[in-house]
Design a protein around this ligand. Structure first.
Ligand SMILES: [Zn+2]
Length: 333
């Protein structure tokens, strides 16, 4: 399933995400040489509707047009068939960011075998760091997701954004799969379709590509670091509306206004006719929804002060992924 190349295909630097399936023929690992041998691993379009990484890497590579890269680059171009449809994943596909080594739900799939092959190659080449570039569907500031509290990882995150989420959950994500091996992070780059977001992501990738080392004390201590309390989902048997139509759960369409905002107990999320329409799974796999939410007189409210993240008002994303996460701020490192 995985295609491999050591050159960019003709037209790659100008292509739109929806054109890559025809250009590449499937998910593709492109290995380009550079002055330092230990490669930077960058993955883009792991979710087909999140194209910030393509715009970013096109900018980085255009800037080096005709010159050698300062460091070798391994570029994974992910779910191109979903990108051709403008969706996160196709209905018959697993999520490309849930099938990396450590996955529990997708063992034995062709996608898991493909990511295992890439994972092995990245480690065999002694990669410098791994960066997975994503967009959000809801409004969020730029932030990193990291799985380790180590100086190299904190510095990598700090080079991208002031905010970082330390998260050990969700087996099968790329960033989790590299924990304990190489500095790895997910860069969450705001909503798709913004040249400014692509430029910011490009500056970050170029900065890491040009770096000789990570893990000095540069900036890592200045991070606003959050810890994930759990992932929030709408129960499958609960009907959902964002537009105020009749449903078991009717959420405010601008719920993403709460992302990265310290939010008090009592904040209303919406109207519910179900006694507990949400699940919230913590890092130990327990459902803790009753600790964090309460339904009182038909209002779904927060039961504790928290900081939400990645809340989305897109019902398809809620069903394919989650409603969002609740977090707490960690004391400075
Ligand atoms: Zn994503």
């Amino acid at each position: 399933m995985l295609k491999r190349r050591d050159t960019l295909p003709e037209g790659f630097l100008e292509a739109r995400a929806g054109e890559l399936a025809a250009m590449l023929g499937g998910p593709t690992l492109i290995e380009l040489p550079g002055e330092r041998a230990a490669p930077l691993f960058v993955s883009i379009l792991m979710h087909g509707n999140e194209d910030v990484g393509l715009g970013a890497i096109q900018r980085v590579l255009r800037a080096y047009d005709g010159r050698s890269l300062p460091r070798a680059l391994m570029l994974m171009v992910g779910n191109v068939s979903a990108a051709a449809q403008g969706v996160r994943r196709l209905d018959h596909q697993p999520d490309f960011n849930r099938v990396w080594p450590g996955t529990l739900d997708h063992v034995g799939t062709v996608e898991a075998a493909m990511m295992a092959e890439i994972h092995e190659r990245v480690l065999a080449r002694g990669a410098f760091a791994a960066i997975d570039l994503h967009n959000n569907t809801g409004r969020n500031p730029f932030y990193s997701v990291i799985c380790e509290h180590r100086p190299e990882v904190l510095e990598l995150a700090a080079r991208f954004a002031r905010r970082a989420v330390l998260f050990r959950g969700v087996p099968g994500t790329q960033t989790a799969s590299f924990a304990g091996h190489i500095p790895a992070m997910t860069a969450e780059c705001g909503k798709p379709g913004s040249p400014a977001h692509e430029e910011a992501a490009a500056r970050f990738v170029a900065d890491v590509l040009e770096s000789e080392t990570l893990g000095g004390d540069r900036e890592g201590g200045a991070l606003d670091l959050y810890h994930t309390l759990g992932v929030v989902r709408v129960r499958e048997d609960v009907s959902l509306s964002f537009a105020g139509e009749a449903a078991d759960l009717s959420l405010a369409p601008d719920i993403d206004r709460l992302n990265f905002v310290e939010t008090a107990a009592g904040e209303a999320f919406g109207r519910a006719s179900h006694p507990m329409p949400l699940t919230m799974i913590d890092e130990a796999g327990r459902d803790v929804a009753e600790e964090f939410f309460a339904v009182e007189q038909g209002e779904l409210r927060l039961a504790r002060p928290v900081t939400p993240a990645m809340l989305t008002g897109d019902p398809q994303i809620v069903r394919q992924d989650c409603l969002g996460y609740l977090m707490e701020r960690l004391a400075p490192a």
